[in-house]
Design a binder for this molecule. Sequence first.
Ligand code: NDP
Length: 326
Amino acid sequence: MKSILVRETGGPEKMQLVEEPAPVPGPGEALVRIAAIGVNFIDVYFRTGLYKSDLPVRLGSEAAGTVEAVGAGVTALHPGDRVAYAMMRGSYAEYTVVPAAKLVKIPDALDFANAAAAMLQGMTAHYLTHSTYALKAGDTCLVHAAAGGAGGLTVQMARMLGARVFGTVSTEEKARIATEHGAHEAIVYTEQDFETEVKRLTGGRGVDVVYDSVGKTTFEKSLNCLRPRGMMVLFGQSSGPVPPFDAGILNAKGSLFLTRPTLLHYAMTPQELEWRAGDVLGWVASGKLKLRIDRTYPLAEAAAAHRDLEGRHTAGKLILTVSGPA
Ligand code: NDP
């Protein structure tokens, strides 16, 4: 099978299209023939080495496809089932092996590209808005990179929950997209000071929660946007990691709460995975949640997808497609 391997960490040029044997499912696992792969920023981090992994590493954290075979003890899945998953490494390939417990069945109404697009960023938006800081009607939140993959879905779910939503974006075009997702206000943070804007929009009070995936360039001002005892949810670092800081800052800026969550810890049990994936895929199937697939590339052009994502050129989901054996 074809797959994308990284033998040494670095730029997109380190991604190599290789031929390797298809894996064989062990006990409790399923072999999935992949049809569509979701590209995520986490794949960039494994490529650059910001997130550590043994080398060589096969990139990719989510996909959708068809069960080809199952290992011993797997009774809930059968060859031919249409499935999707997230947060298991190695999806930039024609085949992959996944623990059966991590696979969810795709509703008939969804094609593979939409299923792959929904899983990781959708479940992330779900846990951020429903669990990490569970929004309720009347809450105010700030979502950075609000036209992005995770950001756009976070905006939509925050609106579903009745929150007032401010989003930051780098261009007027992305502002239009963030507004389409449901942001009440889109702040172009490359031109406007987002802290000043948030203070103005909240009459000086600050927001209840900031969902910050941008990190280095937004972190400190994000803290300034919070009301006393507000919550800073730092869930990514698209602009680079936040440097070490003095925890006393949280006291000085209003007894703030800070968390650095990951989806892994919010989908730990089969019940939790079923809840989040069920909500997300169900909402996409019913049209309540809108996916924005911005660009699609063949698997062999995964490096181009990384360049576009890192280059800040995209607004929504990037998908790699696989045209494996029929
Ligand atoms: P996005 O679609 O959000 O793409 C990244 C966006 O970040 C860009 O489009 C850009 O939006 C913004 N950005 C701001 N500064 C920079 C910069 N210097 N370089 C590049 N981009 C920048 O990607 P994802 O939705 O895949 O991921 C966003 C972040 O969320 C990542 O850090 C990712 O790791 C994290 N994440 C964390 C999860 C978790 O569970 N903790 C799960 C999923 C994602 P603009 O042009 O508008 O500024």
